[in-house]
Each structure stands twice: as C-alpha cells, then as structure tokens.
Design a protein around this ligand. Sequence first.
Ligand SMILES: Cc1cc2nc3c(=O)[nH]c(=O)nc-3n(C[C@H](O)[C@H](O)[C@H](O)COP(=O)(O)O)c2cc1C
Length: 317
Amino acid sequence: MKLGNLRIDNPFVQAPMAGVTDYAFREVARRFHFGLIFTEMISAEGLCRGNWKTMHYTRTTPEHRPVSLQLVGRDPERMAEAAVRAETMEIDFIDINAGCPQVRIAATGSGGAMLKDPEKLVKIVSAVKNAVSLPVSVKMRLGYSKDQSLELATLVRDAGADFITVHGRTVAQKFTGKSDWQAIKKVVDNMDIPVLANGDVRSEADAVALLERTGAAGVMMGRATRGRPDFLGTAYSLLESGKFERMSPELLASTILDHARIEQELFGELSGMKRMRKHVTWYFKAAGIKFDSQLIYSLETIADLENVLNKCIPAKP
Ligand SMILES: Cc1cc2nc3c(=O)[nH]c(=O)nc-3n(C[C@H](O)[C@H](O)[C@H](O)COP(=O)(O)O)c2cc1C
C-alpha cells in the first residue's frame, strides 16, 4: 500500500491503543513484521509542554519505523504546534484522533467529540497539514451517533488528509455492536485517498476478509494484537502464502521475557513488572495458556516471571 509517498509492503497496520502500543510493545513487534505501527494517542497539550509522561509515549527509534504518531487534542493551534514538534522525531506520519469515545477525552471536545463538530475537525486537519511536511491522516468512526462517514471523510480529505482510517462503529456505540464493514466499503468506494478499514478483526482470516471485502488499502487491527506482537506478520503471511505459523512455546517465552526486560530498563524492575502484568495475561490468553491471574498480578521481578513462564509454558525459554 502507498500512504503519502511511502510504500509499505504490508497492508496490515497496528492500531493505536493507549496502554498497549507503547515503546516496549513496538520494540518487540518490530522483530516480527515490517507493517506500519501507530503509537498510542499522545496529548497535543502534553507534547507542547514537554510533559515527562507524554514525552515517554513519543519515544521511537529508527528501527521502529514506519511509525505513525497519533495526536489527540481540541485546539487547532496547539495540535499544529504539537505536530511540528512531532515531526522532528523518528516517525513517518502524523495521525489525528477523531474517534476516541472515552469520556475523559470526548468531554474535552477531543477525539470522538470532534465528529459532532465537523467545523472544528476541518480546522484541526488543515492546521496540522499546513504546519508539517509529513503526511497527515485521520482516524475516525462512522459518525458520532449515526453513520455520516461519507460526509465526514469528504470533509477530512478536502481539509488535506493524506489517508484516513475508518472504524465501523459510531462514537456512541463505543465498543458495542459490530463494526459495519459495508459502511467502511462505502467510504473506500467513494474516496480517492487511501482508506484503512478497522474493527472486529479477531483472527488472521478476519484480517484478510476485511481487506478483501472492503477493497481498502489496508486493515488496521487493535484488540487482536494484544499479546500478539507478531499478528501483523502472521496476517501478512496468510495473505501472501495462504498459511502462517504461530510462535513456538520457546519463542513465546523468550519474547515475553524480552518484553519484560525492555520494561525493566525503562522503568526499573518493580514498575516495569507492574506494567508487564497485563501483557503477560494477554500473551497467555492469546496462546490459549491456562493461568492463575493472582500469580500474574503478584509478579514483581524478572525471576518471578521466569518461574511463571517455566510453570505455564511447557518448553524452557
Ligand atoms: C485498550 C484500547 C486502547 C485504545 N486506544 C486508542 C488510541 O489511543 N487511539 C485510537 O485512535 N484508538 C484507540 N483504540 C481503538 C482501536 O485503535 C481500534 O480502533 C478499536 O479497538 C477497534 O479495532 P479492533 O476491533 O481491531 O480492536 C483503543 C482500543 C482499545 C481496546
């Protein structure tokens, strides 16, 4: 697929997910595939102020690329200023969050709330586009409470977006109901910029089906990638060769350990392990491994994790 001037030979894209697609996850995911990875949403306000926590979210390396940095905010000038700062980082795209349904985001007029205020959305897209030379994209839902995807996508395109991602739900739906793949196809069919389709990919077969059914330039995957940093790679393999292989138990164990060591380097052993606990449960769930959540939520050291891995994953790391 071609996004802006960049050709990426994997149509499967890692969705931005707050608390998931952070530096450590991206570092691990990059070992398995070369697909585009989105950062988690990054507050434009925090970036402009150089807030420590926000700056951590922005951290990337040349090896992580291609990376899209997603900004969330409500003020066109601050969004543009944040984009200018982001442009100096190791990233390839700047994405604007116009879909987040979380109350703490939408209540400020950011994220999904922008779909209720298309004028503001247009101002933000054109302010960001005019401020930077990197390609700019928008991640949106079908509409705020009803499907207005075509009108919204047209506005966003005319404001300068180089590509868009459509999650086939409204903001009001949050995560209930189903992602409407037909509605996404309607946007794909009527847009002359690339569209990424998003919502409800649970397996590699779903990823290929969403790509084929919508004719989208690419498919973005979120929840299915938790505990599956390899997912974009296995989906690509299914698309290309009709088959794929999941990680061996040995590779799974060493990947989890490496992921934990990256967290440890960044945050120290105890904090790193606290951050790692949810990832361990996702890795285990995704691999169909039975586990005692009490045990996972009491992990404090790398040695604790090694014990759990030895116990729960048959082969040694
Ligand atoms: C834990 C979590 C965090 C998310 N964080 C973000 C975010 O930071 N920015 C964003 O645009 N979407 C965010 N999303 C939405 C996903 O990017 C994606 O649009 C949604 O999960 C639907 O795709 P899926 O069915 O493949 O999960 C988040 C979703 C989840 C479950």
